[in-house]
Design a protein around this ligand. Structure first.
Ligand SMILES: [Zn+2]
Length: 430
C-alpha cells in the first residue's frame, strides 16, 4: 500500500505532495498535484513536514535498568516525539564498552523496529576513567559505533582524553564529552549562584564545565581529532565554542531542550524533577544558548532523555537522581523556545534536530533531503496547536518530565519510519 501525503508544508517553506511506496519517497510535487487512487491519502494542509528527527543523546537504560526504560519503551517514546533515530548512551549495566554489549543494544533496537537505535560506546572500561575500552572492536562490530562517550561521567584525565581522541582517528570516530570537572563538582546539586546559597544546595560552578570544554578543544586541535560537547549549558561554554569554531577546530556541540527553556529558578521548588546534570542555569545562559543554536555555534539539539523511576525522583533533593525525560517534548520545546520567538525557522529546526545530528553520527539513512529516492523518514508537526504537558501520559516507563503542566506550542502528529507510520494522529503504532 502506498501513502500519499497531500499539501504539507516542506520545512515550512512550500506546499508539496509526497508519495511513498514501500520504504521510499517516490515522488515530491507541488501541493495538491499528485493523484493516486490506490494510495492511502493524508491531508497535511497546515502541517509542517520535517525529516525524521535524530537524537544524539538518549538513555534507553537497557540492559540493566529495565525498571526505568527499555529499548522498546524508549523507542516508542522516540517515535511519539517524531524521532526516527536515536543514539543510545553507554551507561547501561553492563556498560556498553565491548562489541558484545553494543551489538546487543543494536539488535534490540532492530527487533523493536520503531526507530533506528545506534549504540554509543564507552570511552573507558566500565566508565571508570582508567583504561580505554575496546574502541576499535565496537567500531568494527555490527553496531558500527562512531560516537564514544562516558556520559554520566567526564573523561577528566587529560592523558586518557588525549589517547581516546588519537585512537578514534583510525576509524573517523568522535569523542562525546560530558564536560564536568569532578573535583569542582563534588556533591554539587544545582547551579552555583546567589540562589544556591539561599537554598542551601551545594553549587555547581559554570567553570566546572567550561574548564573541561576549553581543555578538550585544545587537545582536539593538538591531535587533530574530532570532539563533540554534550549538553552545553553555560554562556562561557558558548564563548569557548565560538572561539574554537573560528579557529576551525573540529568540534561540535549539543544543547538540550531543558537548557534552552528552564532556569535555576525552578530549583526553588525543591522538586527533584528539576534536578539535572549539568544543572539548570540562569536566564543569561539560556539567552546565549538560544543565540548560539540559531547561529550554528551550537550545532544540534539533543534530548539527554534520562528516565528514572518515581522512587529515584521523589525523595529529598540531595538524594534524588539527576535527569529528565525529553523525547516526547523535545520538538515542542524547541518550537516554543526558538520558532515562536522567531530565532529560528522550521528549516533551522530540521537542521539542528535531524540533518546535523545525522551528520555527526555519520548516518546515511537519516537527516536526508525530503526528495525522490530517499528513505521515507519523516516527522510531521502541527505548528498551531498549544498543549499542556502531562508527564504521566507517556510511552516512557518513567514520568520525570520537567515540563509537566507547562503549555507548549506545536506538536508532532505523525512519524513515518522507513515508509511506515510509527505514530499516526498521535497514536504510536506498535
Ligand atoms: Zn551527560
Amino acid at each position: 500500500m502506498s501513502i500519499l501525503l497531500k499539501n504539507g508544508s516542506l520545512k515550512g517553506e512550500k506546499n508539496v505532495d509526497i508519495l511513498i511506496e514501500k520504504d521510499l519517497i517516490v515522488k515530491v510535487a507541488p501541493g495538491n498535484s499528485i493523484k493516486d487512487d490506490k494510495a492511502e491519502v493524508f491531508d497535511l494542509t497546515g502541517l509542517i513536514v520535517l525529516p525524521g528527527l535524530v537524537d544524539l543523546h538518549t538513555h534507553l537504560r537497557e540492559p540493566g535498568r529495565e525498571d526505568a526504560e527499555t529499548v522498546a519503551t524508549g523507542s516508542a517514546a522516540a517515535a511519539r516525539g517524531g524521532f526516527t533515530a536515536v543514539h543510545a548512551m553507554a551507561n547501561t549495566l553492563p556498560v556498553a564498552d565491548t562489541a558484545g554489549v553494543v551489538e546487543q543494544v543494536w539488535n534490540l533496537g532492530r527487533k523493536v523496529g520503531l526507530v533506528d537505535v545506534y549504540p554509543i560506546g564507552a570511552v573507558t572500561v566500565g566508565l571508570k576513567g582508567e583504561n580505554l575500552a575496546e574502541l576499535s572492536a565496537m567500531a568494527e562490530s555490527n553496531a558500527r559505533v562512531r560516537i564514544f562517550s562516558d556520559d554520566g561521567f567526564c573523561v577528566s584525565d587529560s592523558i586518557l582524553m588525549r589517547r581516546a581522541l588519537e585512537y578514534v582517528k583510525a576509524f573517523d570516530g568522535v569523542i562525546a564529552q560530558h564536560a564536568q570537572d569532578p573535583r569542582l563538582t563534588q556533591n554539587a546539586q544545582m547551579n552555583e549562584s546567589e540562589l544556591s546559597g539561599k537554598l542551601g544546595l551545594t553549587g555547581w560552578p559554570a567553570v566546572a564545565e567550561e574548564a573541561i570544554v576549553a581543555r578538550d578543544v585544545l587537545l582536539t586541535e593538538h591531535v587533530k581529532s574530532k570532539l563533540h560537547i554534550c549538553h552545553a549549558s553555560t554562556a562561557g561554554t558558548v564563548e569557548i565554542l565560538r572561539w574554537a569554531k573560528e579557529k576551525k577546530v573540529n568540534v561540535t556541540a549539543e544543547v538540550t531542550p531543558h537548557h534552552l527553556f528552564l532556569s535555576e529558578v525552578h530549583c526553588q521548588s525543591y522538586d527533584a524533577k528539576f534536578k539535572v546534570n549539568p544543572p539548570l542555569r540562569t536566564d543569561k545562559d539560556i539567552q546565549e544558548l538560544r543565540k548560539a543554536l540559531a547561529q550554528g555555534v551550537i550545532d544540534v539539539v539533543a534530548t539527554d532523555h534520562a528516565p528514572h523511576p518515581t522512587e529515584d525522583k521523589e525523595g529529598e533533593w540531595s538524594s534524588s537522581s539527576f535527569g529528565m525525560t525529553g523525547l516526547e517534548t523535545a520538538l515542542s520545546v524547541v518550537a516554543t523556545a526558538m520558532v515562536e520567538t522567531k530565532l529560528m525557522s522550521w528549516s533551522d529546526v530540521a537542521r539542528v534536530m535531524s540533518e546535523k545530528p545525522a551528520e555527526i553520527g555519520q548516518l546515511s539513512d537519516h537527516g536526508r533531503p525530503i526528495a525522490e529516492n530517499e528513505l521515507a523518514n519523516l516527522c510531521i508537526v502541527d505548528p498551531k496547536v498549544s498543549w499542556k504537558v502531562d508527564a504521566h501520559d507517556t510511552q516512557s516507563l518513567s514520568s520525570n518530565n520537567p515540563f509537566h503542566d507547562m503549555t507548549l506550542k506545536s506538536k508532532v502528529v505523525h512519524t513515518i519510519f522507513r515508509g511506515k507510520f510509527t505514530m499516526k494522529s498521535g497514536q504510536v503504532q506498535k
